[in-house]
Design a protein. Structure first.
Ligand code: ADP
Length: 456
């Protein structure tokens, strides 16, 4: 522009053109340099930003959930910082989801570990993928950790392994019952659940859930036995009554016969009455709302009252009744009526199962924080093999003998339940040199036990 304003000749014009070309070339060169510098700057900057992005992505993929793209908040925002912010928001969201799924997994793990049902999950090749503590309690395994081993190697129970295989083959029934001998004899109900939509062989393909029903089955069996026993016990006298009533219909029956039949009917009716009374007594003590009436009372008068009440029966067999009461136990804390029934039942049994001329003794003793009430005799005793069942309902060592002496087979069961209701227990010991010793242990201060009583 400056040249254009100057007065110029033809050489001057030539000179000025060539200068202008130089200047233009210089300007162009500078511009190219600037553009090149800018390009280098931009590419370095973008490469660095891309490197930061790649580095953050790689750290995140390696589980470093705190990794974020570093962004300078004081710098003007550009395309790269926008991408960085978006990337970091995505990382935050991923971390939240990861934390949530980890929490859910931990909760599931805690539930699985602590549930009383056993759980076993296997993949398509029968490899154990998951097993909880309860399952390992029910089924013995040769490995410390059976996960990763074939179920047939990890568990030796044939019933279980057959079920797992059937589940994988799709032929297992939903529910099956199994008696596991090892490590403890348990009755288990196994529920198998195949998972049809597993993608590949290493996915879980089926789950077995094992529930221990041993206690339930035992109670059911006891109930069945009990009903059968009651029916049997009542049917015998009832059949006799019906038979004699039928015979009495014969009007031509001589009077002595008639009297004998009536006596038999009366005896059998009394027996039925006794059984029903004892059953009612048992169900009263076993009722969930049964509460012993706790008070502090003197022991000696109870024992003396029993002595008086059995005196006539004892005299009939020339038996003696003695007491040996610890003078330091003048009073007992408990249910007076229950303690009377316990001691009376045991004394009556001692009388029934001791031959003529035998000796019966009631003893009280202190042992640590407990009081022992002992009824012992020098009678026939209980054979060793029968002792474990002695306190079961309707159990008798000698059925005929018990029936003859008017027994119902429920007396010791009542004693046991009463002692347990008072927070105590009862056990049998052979007396020396012969006879029986029933030892009732009662706590010094009774905390009535109404929850944890056995079922027999
Ligand atoms: P029962 O009504 O038959 O006497 P129990 O429940 O009182 O029923 O006793 C159960 C069984 O225990 C009796 O049939 C008897 O065989 C045995 N038994 C109980 N007490 C004694 C004892 N003092 N000596 C020997 N056997 C006994």
């Amino acid at each position: 522009m400056i040249y254009a304003l100057l007065p110029i000749g033809s050489e001057g014009l030539a000179t000025s053109y060539s200068d202008m070309a130089v200047v233009l070339a210089a300007i162009l060169a500078v511009a190219v340099l600037i553009v090149l510098a800018l390009l280098v700057w931009v590419s370095t900057k973008s490469r660095k930003s891309l490197e930061k992005l790649a580095d953050t992505a790689s750290r995140l993929s390696q589980g470093e959930w705190t990794a974020r793209v570093p962004i300078d908040p004081y710098r003007k925002s550009d395309a790269f910082s926008e991408v960085g912010y978006a990337f970091n928001r995505m990382a935050n969201e991923m971390k939240l989801r990861y934390d949530r799924s980890r929490r859910e997994r931990d909760q599931l793990q805690t539930v699985l570990t602590n549930m009383s049902d056993g759980v076993l999950a296997v993949d398509g090749q029968g490899i154990v993928r998951l097993v909880n503590r309860a399952f390992l309690r029910y089924f013995r395994t040769v490995f410390d950790n059976p996960i990763g081993h074939a179920h047939t190697e990890a568990f030796r129970d044939r019933g279980l392994n057959t079920l797992v295989q059937e589940m994988l083959d799709g032929t297992a029934s939903d529910l099956s019952e199994l008696v596991v001998a090892e490590p403890t004899r348990r009755i288990l109900v196994l529920r198998s659940a195949p998972i049809a939509d597993a993608d590949d062989q290493s996915d879980v393909r089926g789950v077995i859930v094992a529930r221990d029903v041993t206690a339930r089955r035992r109670v059911e069996q006891m109930r069945r036995d009990f009903v059968a026993n009651v029916s049997h016990e009542l049917r015998t006298p009832l059949t006799a009554i019906l038979g004699y009533v039928e015979a009495l219909k014969d009007t031509g029956l001589p009077t002595p016969e008639r009297t004998r039949f009536l006596e038999t009917i009366s005896r059998n009716a009394t027996r039925m009455n006794r059984i029903v009374a004892d059953l009612l007594e048992l169900s009263r003590i076993e009722a969930p709302d049964y509460r012993p009436e706790i008070s502090r009372f003197a022991l000696r008068p109870i024992v003396e009252e029993i002595g008086t009440n059995v005196q006539a029966a004892l005299a009939g067999k020339s038996q003696t009744f003695a007491t040996k009461l610890d003078p330091s136990i003048d009073t007992v804390h408990g249910d007076r009526d229950a303690v009377y029934r316990i001691l009376y039942n045991l004394t009556d049994n001692a009388h029934k199962y001791t031959p003529d001329g035998g000796h019966i003794e009631v003893v009280s003793q202190r042992q640590d924080d407990s009081i022992l009430l002992i009824v012992q005799d020098d009678g026939i005793g209980v054979p060793e093999q029968d002792r474990p069942r002695l306190f079961e309902r309707f159990f008798r060592v000698d059925r005929a003998r018990s029936r003859e002496s008017g027994g119902t087979g429920l007396g010791l069961s009542i004693v046991k339940h009463l002692a347990e209701a008072l927070g105590g227990s009862v056990r049998y010991e052979p007396n020396v040199p012969r006879g029986s010793r029933f030892v009732v242990t009662l706590p010094q201060d009774v905390q009535p036990n109404t929850t944890d009583r056995k079922d027999n």
